[in-house]
Design a protein. Structure first.
Length: 606
């Protein structure tokens, strides 16, 4: 049988391209100013000389730009380009036969072999170079590149580029009702900025329903003065587009956002797709909610937790398009009101296709918007959410407390392909998670976890109360807080004993480029399972961190610095205390108090 193709298939092959996620199904991630290193195997049958470019295009651009790829060995080629604005970039690899170089290579081989008659070869070269005649000397000189058989990688690949806050930042979570509403939060913003926080995250600020309102400690019956859970969204005052009247007005919220912009602190909002029984959507769009055969609605559950004050929309309803559009409109409304960071509540319980659509729609028109995924679920769904567009992700860090657990988890985050798409945000605690390590370890446990979160991950956060070492659980074996702020008002103030440590850590993070990256992590041997040590190294910066994981006893260790990591004797300064030491390649003795730590910056010779 004769071939069915209308023309011969390309003879150049482009294979094993990188970076590539799931055969090009998803975009890799970068932040503005970052470099995309592109690799590919480029080859062809025969002996022709090949050339290759990385072709890349910024968001919305029509014209491609090019960066030449270098042949780095065998059939492997490498090139790179820098991304300088947020949004979706496109790139591909294009290869070709360089006919001039191929002819010159063949001529050179024959000259080396002392072939006597080269008249035919020279005539071919003359035609190729547009000359009437040619000598060997001229033929062996440089000739203009001549491209033929141009072949491109298919499909075109993408890079999802965020602004720097997508990679690096310190978060502080607070309930505005415990600080005097929007006006009270605005008053403390200068202090939070001085402490080095980049993002202040607010749980839902929308009207709270009254039907089935929860009482203190998640009691199914609320007292007359119980404020209810902010996640029970919707009342006669409105739904996701409205503001809880007790917090202030829309004008007050706008003032808070503007003040944050002046101070360099972003206000992040919670995007929770759930409705109280009083939400306007239940009256206006009953078709968006699934009812049982007896006509009742099923409230949200995560056994053993029950949320009688919350209903979730039905993403399988007939009017799913209307539901999707309404949720997109909610996000875009708050974007118009100045919000550029959203923490998304339980995204793993909603369709992945919905998130992929919504995130792309928002970031196509507003590429500076960031989304943090709060998906405490199985690894594969967590990774899928990160791949399809979430800028950052909550992690298992809260449950990794031993040296072995931390080493295993950080190895996964830094030594796999996860850095290409998964950006961790190491929250040391949340309103839902008070780990046993904090419950039993007292202040030293809080200090150790704070240092680990702030120095291991470029993005980290704490929920207010952490700086006060709040550690009383609802009951034995529970990770819920007793007298949880989710269900009652508290009187908060920025006067916790850990705030000086918070300030020093945030100053160190801003001063040290090495602490602003994830994948530059190297673990250091300590010969003691309670002493956890690691280095973060960039070309012009290096930081060594040692933490005593035991919150009850002083521990000692010999921290081994590999010879190829930092050469010779080193001057280091502890960024937590200002003390200076001399370290060296090899073993370095440390003695740390319970939960104590060194954050040592290497002082480069002048």
């Amino acid at each position: 049988m004769t071939p069915k193709a209308s023309r011969p298939q390309p003879r150049i092959r482009i294979e094993r391209a990188w970076p590539l996620l799931d055969c090009g199904r998803y975009a890799v991630k970068r932040t503005v100013g970052g470099t995309v290193d592109v690799w590919a195997d480029v080859f062809r049958d025969g002996h022709e000389v090949l050339g290759a470019d990385v072709k890349y295009r910024s968001p919305g651009a029509r014209r491609w730009r090019r960066a030449r790829m270098s042949h780095v060995g065998a059939d492997r080629w490498r090139g790179s380009f820098t991304v300088d604005e947020p949004g979706r970039w496109a790139f591909t690899v294009e290869a070709w036969v360089d006919r001039a170089a191929s002819w010159r290579w063949e001529l050179g081989r024959k000259v080396e072999a002392a072939q006597p008659d080269l008249a035919s070869e020279l005539s071919e070269g003359a035609v190729l170079l547009g000359r009437t005649s040619l000598t060997v000397e001229e033929g062996l000189a440089d000739a203009t590149e001549d491209r033929s058989e141009v072949t491109a990688l298919a499909p075109v690949l993408e890079v999802d580029v965020d602004r720097e806050r997508g990679r690096f930042g310190a978060w502080y979570e607070l309930f505005p009702r415990s600080w005097g509403g929007f006006a009270g939060v605005e008053r403390i913003l200068p202090e939070l900025a001085e402490l080095g926080f980049d993002v202040v995250y607010l749980p839902p600020i929308h009207p709270i329903g009254r039907t089935n309102r929860k009482g203190r400690n998640n009691a199914p019956q609320a007292g007359p003065d119980d404020p209810g859970s902010p996640w029970a969204i919707g009342s006669e005052a409105g739904g996701h587009e409205a503001i809880e009247p007790s917090l202030g007005t829309l004008e007050g919220f706008s003032s808070l956002v503007e003040r944050g912009q002046e101070l360099g602190v972003e206000i992040a909002l919670d995007f929770a797709i759930q409705c109280s029984p009083d939400h306007p959507w239940l009256r206006e769009h009953p078709e968006w909610f699934r009812r049982r055969p007896d006509g009742t609605l099923k409230y949200a559950e995560n056994p053993p937790k029950h949320y009688q004050d919350i209903y979730t929309p039905d993403f399988d309803c007939e009017d799913w398009r209307g539901l999707w559009q309404a949720l997109l409109d909610v996000v875009l409304l708050w974007v118009e009101r100045g919000v550029r960071v959203f923490r998304v509540d339980n995204p793993h319980t909603k369709p992945l296709a919905f998130w992929e659509w919504l995130l792309r729609e928002v970031r196509t028109s507003h590429p500076d918007v960031l989304f943090l995924s709060e998906a405490f679920t199985r690894p594969v769904p967590m990774s899928a959410l990160a791949k399809l567009g979430f800028s950052q992700s909550y992690t298992y860090f809260t449950w990794k407390n031993t040296k072995w657990e931390l080493t295993e988890y950080l190895t996964e985050l830094t030594r796999s392909n996860m850095p290409e798409y998964f950006r961790p945000n190491f929250f040391a605690n949340t309103p839902d998670i008070l780990h046993e390590y904090l419950q039993r370890g007292g202040r030293p446990a809080f200090e150790a976890r704070l240092v680990l979160a702030a120095t291991l991950s470029p993005s980290y956060g704490i929920y207010s109360g952490f700086e006060h070492c709040e550690n009383v659980p609802l009951r034995e074996g529970s990770e819920e807080y007793r007298d949880s702020e989710k269900y009652e008002l508290k009187e908060r103030a920025l006067d916790g004993p850990l705030l000086p440590l918070v300030r020093r850590l945030n100053e160190a993070r801003r001063a040290c480029p090495a602490l602003q990256r994830l994948e530059n992590l190297t673990f250091l041997e300590t010969r003691n399972d309670d002493v956890f040590a690691y280095a973060k190294v960039e070309p012009d910066d290096a930081v060594l961190v040692c933490v005593n994981l035991d919150p009850r006893a002083t521990r000692e260790g010999l921290v081994e610095v590999p010879p190829d990591l930092l050469r010779g004797r080193l001057g280091v300064v502890d960024l937590l205390t200002g003390e200076r030491f001399r370290w060296r390649s090899g073993g370095n003795f440390v003695r740390l108090s319970p939960g104590g730590a060194h954050v040592l910056r290497v002082e480069r010779p002048r």
